[in-house]
Write a protein that binds this ligand. Structure first.
Ligand code: AMP
Length: 223
């Protein structure tokens, strides 16, 4: 395990962001910070904040920027993220969020923004088979289920289909990606931080490409 990194992972829903972000975090020994997981956990706890976020999520809409930014700012202020770094997964999703993140981290605060690039037809097929642990968020697929009877290999939680993986919500999320999130690729390209990785293929191969991309970006920055 290498230590320390400050990274974010971009990509359409179903591009494999979650799977790769968990692996990247393990590799660098930093926390995996997924805004979707934070909202799902709050919704499962039934807090007013979680229930409000869940209304946006089940419609496939974005949670308002100020709410998401507040959650991320609070999480990034914790010791592990301050000392070791982080892998952000699912944040930022809008230009306002990206600009606010730059402001929070300051110049030089990010090592790379990794875009996992997968064609839309492929993500639609993946999302329809996607399953997730209801307690810890570990992702699975009908073609690669957990070892025993749809209980999570990590914590034994129930492995289920996400409530927001209905065809209507998926279509809406892909439209929102094109409109709100795709422009972030130019934003990070302009900052010299964008690492584009071909996300089609075996997750191990994609992970090798991701690490190569991150390490190349880090070398360029320390030159
Ligand atoms: P994810 O697990 O990343 O696919 O996120 C699930 C849902 O949580 C999204 O469809 C949004 O409704 C909400 N969400 C997660 N991250 C963000 C974000 N950065 N901005 C706005 N909404 C978000």
């Amino acid at each position: 395990m290498s230590s320390g990194a400050r990274l974010l992972v971009l990509g359409k829903q179903g591009a494999g962001k979650g799977t790769q972000a968990v692996r990247i975090a393990g590799h660098y020994g930093v926390p995996h910070i997924s805004t979707g997981d934070i909202f799902r956990a709050a919704a499962a706890d039934g807090t007013p904040f979680g229930l409000r976020a869940n209304e946006f999520m089940t419609r496939g809409e974005l949670v308002p920027d100020d709410v998401v930014i507040g959650v991320v700012a609070e999480r990034l202020a914790k010791d592990d993220a301050v000392n070791d770094g982080f892998v952000l997964d699912g944040f930022p999703r809008t230009k306002v969020q990206a600009e606010e993140l730059q402001r929070l981290l300051g110049p030089g605060g990010l090592d790379a923004a990794v875009d996992i690039d997968v064609p839309t037809e492929v993500v639609i097929e993946r999302i329809s088979g996607r399953r997730v642990c209801a307690t810890c968020g570990t992702p699975y697929h009908v073609s690669s289920p957990p070892e025993s009877n749809w209980t999570c290999d990590k914590d034994g939680g129930e492995v289920v289909q996400r409530e927001d993986d209905t065809p209507e919500a998926v279509t809406k999320r892909l439209e929102l990606y094109e409109e709100a999130t795709r422009p972030l690729l130019d934003f990070y390209e302009g900052l010299g931080l964008l690492v584009t990785v071909d996300g089609v293929g075996d997750p191990d191969e994609v992970f090798d490409r991701v690490l190569d991309g991150i390490e190349t970006a880090r070398q360029v920055q320390t030159r």
